[in-house]
Design a protein around this ligand. Sequence first.
Ligand SMILES: NC(=O)c1ccc[n+]([C@@H]2O[C@H](COP(=O)([O-])OP(=O)(O)OC[C@H]3O[C@@H](n4cnc5c(N)ncnc54)[C@H](O)[C@@H]3O)[C@@H](O)[C@H]2O)c1
Length: 255
Amino acid sequence: MSSEGKSLQGRVAIVTGASRGIGRAIAESLAQRGADLALVARNEEALNETRALAEQSGVRALTLPLDVSDADAVKGAVEQVTAELGGLDILVNNAGLTRDGLLMRMSEEDWTQVLDVDLKAVFYFCRAAARPLRKSAHGRIINVSSIVGIIGNAGQANYASAKAGLFGLTRSLAKELGGKGTTVNAVAPGFIETDMTASLPQEIRDNSLKSIPVQRLGVPRDIAEVVGFLCEDGAAYVTGTVLPVDGGMSLGSVG
Ligand SMILES: NC(=O)c1ccc[n+]([C@@H]2O[C@H](COP(=O)([O-])OP(=O)(O)OC[C@H]3O[C@@H](n4cnc5c(N)ncnc54)[C@H](O)[C@@H]3O)[C@@H](O)[C@H]2O)c1
């Protein structure tokens, strides 16, 4: 399929955490809009599956197997993308993980690992990508946060702190990078059905559903379509926002 005439045709996008779940759906959404892709995660085999899906839209796609919390690997990856795909227009920081536990039992390792992957790694990618993004006439950074960063969640002090930290990073970079037209936004998904939420007990799923006005759990495509829009020219005047994509879950109790 050709990418002629599509909204992101000729743009180059990095998507982290692209091996499955929301990241894979974002990769497909950007590919369907015509963007060439650099796909980042640790599992090369799974990245190749995402690449095959993206290539069905007629775009070029690179796979970059790496750990996003490795600053040198991140720097090298961004250099490789600009060299091989001819620049960089879009950075989607989606990779993330959870290590849940109540505060009194939370190990320092679980705290540090979540902060390293969910917050510090985003700093690494933004820092490495800032220069090439400023050369683009349509620079975009989208940080995938969580409504847990807004409303908090018992058992996720580490994750909520990292995801809330992304709001400050997003707003600060919106101010730093806006002069060259680069926009920086965050999306805050609610409860989305992926591997991350697959092992949660039925009781938590049922309770979550009761607090969602649109009365369904989210699917990766719900997030991917919003990210796709934020990357398009029509969203050029939206920056520094945190957009909940949660079926209304963060509004509080229903009924
Ligand atoms: N699923 C939800 O309900 C939900 C809700 C709010 C926010 N989010 C956020 O959305 C993003 C995607 O989550 P998902 O539900 O698709 O989860 P997932 O576990 O299915 O996918 C996470 C992705 O991140 C990658 N990743 C994790 N650690 C990495 C590392 N150190 N280096 C490189 N890649 C790494 C994984 O390989 C995978 O590709 C995450 O940032 C998550 O916090 C998810």
